[in-house]
Design a protein around this ligand. Structure first.
Ligand code: CAA
Length: 287
């Protein structure tokens, strides 16, 4: 398999922009594709803000930050992904949209390009099998914020070859991530364990065990977590979390993965957490 020299990322949202940044920081030339200029501009602006912050804090020189930025090219055109060695999908957690996207990318990508999905829960094989290269397809699951979180789950689906897995693990290591290889089983390792915990945090609140801030404060101080479960749910995005639990519930049919009624109501209200300005907390005053 050809060595990964450059990377394409589809989606420059919450996860995509972080993946683009870490890949560019690791020295890869990155092309990132978004649906329109406005969405692309928002994602790139987030990266520029993080780079400026790193310079302010003395963690990077202006020259380094400029070099990282120069390695990132934004586009709204799929054709710009034609020469990529690795294409990572980081679009909405919706299988139909992902399949439509791969249909386009598969037609223009190099025959030996490697494809990866950043899905949090959907079966990797469903995407792999839709392309002409199921052997060169794997899951690369990053955690939010991708710039900070150490872990990369590297997911082998039934069709992924040894070479594909080795290339994925090597790529993650070059990004400075701790790579953990895992099976294509809904939720992989982290979400299988994390999601029921977050949902239990919501149920505890529904049952009146504590207030939102009490539940969060208790888990931070009592279990050493950096964020309480309700803050973390807002941070992940309640819509994303809702989609993940639906996939997990569908797969395992266990109550622990079912959306609590409160989550359903919040989603119906359009409260998606931090990104929408409202979730368990009010972020409307945030920059
Ligand atoms: N990009 C780049 N750097 C960032 C960042 C971002 N988006 N957010 C925070 N940072 C950096 C800060 O610049 C800061 O760096 P320095 O220490 O060098 O100054 C450092 O991270 C700590 O940030 P803060 O001081 O602002 O705040 P904090 O100490 O509260 O840390 C946090 C923020 C890293 C997000 C921490 O609260 C945390 O680890 N929270 C838990 C996050 C988590 O569990 N993520 C996984 C979610 S599950 C998932 O993603 C999988 C899925 O499929 C749903």
């Amino acid at each position: 398999m050809a060595k990964i020299e450059n990377v394409g990322v589809v989606g420059c949202g919450l996860m995509g922009h972080g993946i683009v940044q870490v890949a560019a920081e690791a020295g890869y030339q990155v092309v990132v594709r978004e649906v329109d200029e406005a969405t692309l501009g928002k994602g790139i602006a987030k990266i520029e803000k993080q780079l400026a912050r790193a310079v302010e804090k003395g963690k990077a020189t202006q020259e380094d930050a400029d070099a990282v930025r120069a390695r990132i090219q934004g586009t709204t055109d799929y054709d710009a992904l034609a020469d990529r060695d690795l294409v990572i999908e980081a679009i909405t957690e919706d299988l139909a949209l992902k399949l439509e996207m791969w249909g386009k990318v598969d037609k223009i990508a190099k025959p030996d390009a490697l494809f990866a999905t950043n899905t949090s829960s959907l079966p990797v094989i469903a995407q792999a099998a839709s392309t002409s290269r199921p052997g060169r397809f794997l899951g690369l699951h990053f955690f939010n914020p991708a710039q900070v979180m150490k872990l990369l789950e590297v997911i082998r689906c039934v069709t992924s070859t040894e070479e594909t897995m080795s290339a994925g693990l090597e790529f993650g290591q070059r990004l400075g991530k701790l790579t953990v290889a895992t099976k294509d089983k809904a939720g992989f390792i982290v979400n299988r364990l994390l999601v029921p915990y977050l949902l239990d945090g919501m149920r505890a609140y529904e049952e009146g065990v504590g207030s939102i801030s009490e539940i969060d404060a208790a888990m931070k101080a009592g279990a050493g977590h950096p964020m309480g479960p309700l803050t973390l749910s807002d941070f992940v995005g309640l819509d994303t979390l809702g989609s993940i639990c639906d996939v997990l519930f569908d797969e395992f049919r266990e109550r622990r993965f079912a959306q609590p009624p409160l989550l359903r109501k919040m989603l119906a209200a359009g409260w998606y957490g931090r990104k929408s300005g409202m979730g368990f907390y009010d972020y409307s005053g945030d920059q």
